[in-house]
Design a protein around this ligand. Structure first.
Ligand code: NAP
Length: 305
């Protein structure tokens, strides 16, 4: 049980935490702080917390758990505001999609006696803002914590129990390893989606309207990923550059091999790869991280005409 939880940033992830905490009674008091007045008013209208303030320092005062839920690029400025108000013994965590940068940028700013345990729930959608969240977002999803080797085990245990309370499976990892794994499972796929949708955005108007009309043949599934929040994803690529470039290099080498197979008509090579990739999807379904319903399990799979 958390006495006072402070959420700084109340978009998709922050509001999903607030809803999950409410639904499962994981904290006595939820304090919410964000940058814009309108966003705070929206959070209040949705009844996401108990205390609403534009002053992040006020939100974290006496909190035993503080979670940063803003884009990663805002962390340092937020830390400068909240550091003097953090209570000794409090846990400071976050949900940012990169971890090495978060360790480097925030560690020098952590006051004595505050337990700094960064985290990343591997769950999300392409929607943003307080209304986009839902209490079940983290159920049966992974949450990776990246504590330093000398982190207080009891604090790590408390944060682990918090995420388990939200329905997540928790794993601890080294931040550099986290960034490498996420570069290939999340960051490069987003870059590929942004690129393919960007290519269409630059096509001449006639061809573009045909692509949109016939999009269900594959393109549409990239557009969901490419609709993800521009600021959040800008910050991911600004702060996980090395791991993304490493994985992008491998991706481009493999793409060249595929390009050659297409050029020379190497059917067996194409079939072999497509068989192996299908097996990967099957193993994701078996791991409970995806449904095997057709069309990604979309409800009412046929969109409106
Ligand atoms: P979001 O829906 O866009 O919400 C971001 C929140 O941060 C909003 O409340 C926004 O409030 C606030 N904010 C933005 N800039 C700020 C600043 N400079 N100072 C203070 N508050 C600021 O984003 P999200 O999807 O919840 O993502 C939040 C974090 O979760 C990111 O670090 C992201 O890497 C991580 N994450 C996202 C996903 C995903 O799929 N979306 C998954 C896992 C982790 P205002 O309206 O007041 O500016």
């Amino acid at each position: 049980m958390i006495e006072k939880l402070a959420l700084i940033g109340i978009g998709l992830i922050g509001s999903s935490i607030a809803r999950g905490v409410r639904a499962r009674g994981l904290a006595r008091t939820i304090a919410i702080s964000t940058r814009k007045k309108d966003t705070l008013a929206e959070a209040e209208a949705l009844g996401l917390g108990d205390i609403y303030t534009l002053d992040a320092a006020e939100a974290v005062r006496n909190a035993d758990l503080v979670i940063l839920c803003t884009p990663v690029g805002a962390y340092e400025a937020v830390m400068d505001q909240i550091a003097p108000a953090l209570a000794p013994g409090a846990i400071l965590s976050d949900v940012g999609s990169v971890k090495g940068h978060v360790h480097q940028a925030l560690k020098p700013k952590i006051p004595q006696g505050v337990h700094f345990i960064p985290g990343h729930p591997l769950a999300g959608t392409e929607h943003s803002g307080p209304a986009a969240g839902f209490a079940e977002l983290f159920e049966n999803r992974w949450c990776v914590l990246t504590p330093d080797a000398d982190a207080d085990p009891q604090a790590v245990e408390k944060l682990t129990a918090f995420w388990q309370g939200l329905g997540a499976n928790v794993e601890t990892m080294d931040p550099t390893h986290h960034d490498l794994v996420l570069a290939i499972t999340s960051h490069v796929p987003h870059l590929v989606a942004y690129n393919i949708v960007g290519t269409v955005a630059d096509l001449e108007a006639h061809t573009q309207s045909e692509v949109i009309k016939f999009s269900a043949s594959g393109f549409r599934d990239f557009t969901r990923i490419a609709a993800s929040d521009p600021v959040m994803w800008r910050d991911v690529f600004l702060t996980n550059r090395d791991a993304v470039l490493e994985m992008l290099g491998r991706f481009l080498e493999d793409l060249s091999v595929l390009q050659r197979a297409v050029r020379i008509g190497d059917g067996p090579a194409l079939e072999d790869l497509f068989t192996r990739t299908r097996a990967i999807r099957r193993s994701i379904i078996e791991a409970g991280q995806e449904t095997d319903a057709p069309d990604f399990g979309r409800h009412g799979a046929s969109p409106k005409k």
